[in-house]
Write a protein of this length. Structure first.
Lengths: 101, 172
């Protein structure tokens, strides 16, 4: 229950109206804010898609390079094995000849 | 009776703005004692509301949220700008037809005394007497214990009564 003094405070703190253009100004600012947010959301998605494409392309390139290097490694290994085999056969032949002398 | 958006029409941001602008502006105005600062704070509050309008489901929730954000934003604004509460000539309320000269003088004096209170007790007074809120509701809005709210109210009222009595005595 408010006494007379408190009623006077209540009257002194009665609600006031903002300026007549306040409502239009806030609605305009809200519209701009929504537009900016949509633009920044579009920008975010564009950046996200670009980043995803970059990562995918990079990964594909990396995979391709690794596959190429592995294939080259396998080829080099096969050549080395062949060379060793030929050398071994030749050494064996030389060894047989030497034993025959 | 608290301002509410009519239930008959669907709630939109514009309808909430129309219904609640006076409440939000007045909280900031009575706290800051500066019309343009109060409009700036009120605009920020409504722009924040616009960003999360879909999250707030009921009129009651919106009113609570607006009071809370308006209170905290006003306090932050005062802290940032180190705004000295003052009553400028432009801020003087236009005297209404019913106003008695004595009441007008008293109201100006009361506004000035409230403006001279520290931040938290000042906001407590604004919410209590502008918004007609109970100490429990104020405590929940300002995130402070109920006993602190009651203590702010008692001390502020006692200080204001004493100063008003003294100034009335000086007049007599």
């Amino acid at each position: 229950m408010m006494d007379d003094f408190e009623q006077q405070i209540k009257a002194a703190l009665a609600k006031k109206e903002p300026s007549p253009f306040f409502e239009a100004r806030v609605l305009g600012a809200a519209k701009r804010q929504a537009r900016d947010r949509r633009a920044s959301a579009r920008m975010w998605w564009a950046s996200a898609i670009a980043a995803a494409l970059l990562v995918t392309t990079g990964s594909a390139w990396q995979y391709e390079r690794e596959a190429h290097e592995q294939a080259a490694g396998r080829e080099a290994k096969a050549r080395l094995e062949l060379a060793l085999k030929i050398t071994s056969v030749k050494l064996q032949k030389i060894s047989q000849k030497v034993e025959g002398i | 009776m608290e301002d509410q958006v009519e239930n008959s029409e669907p709630r939109t941001f514009a309808s909430v703005l129309r219904a609640q602008q006076s409440m939000v502006f007045s909280i900031a105005y009575h706290f800051l004692r500066d019309r343009s600062a109060a409009e700036e704070v009120a605009q920020d509050v409504f722009l924040q509301l616009h960003r999360r309008f879909d999250d707030l489901k009921s009129d009651m929730h919106i009113s609570f949220w607006l009071r809370k954000v308006a209170s905290h934003r006003s306090i932050d604004y005062a802290r940032k700008r180190k705004l000295q509460p003052s009553v400028g000539l432009d801020d003087a309320p236009p005297p209404s037809v019913d106003d008695q000269p004595r009441d007008h003088f008293l109201h100006r004096r009361l506004q000035s005394l409230i403006g001279s209170l520290p931040e938290k007790p000042r906001m407590v007074m604004v919410l209590r007497y502008q918004e007609d809120l109970m100490p429990e509701e104020i405590a929940s809005l300002l995130d402070m214990p109920v006993r602190t709210v009651k203590s702010h109210l008692q001390r502020s009222l006692a200080m204001m009564r004493e100063k008003i009595d003294r100034s009335m005595g000086d007049v007599r």
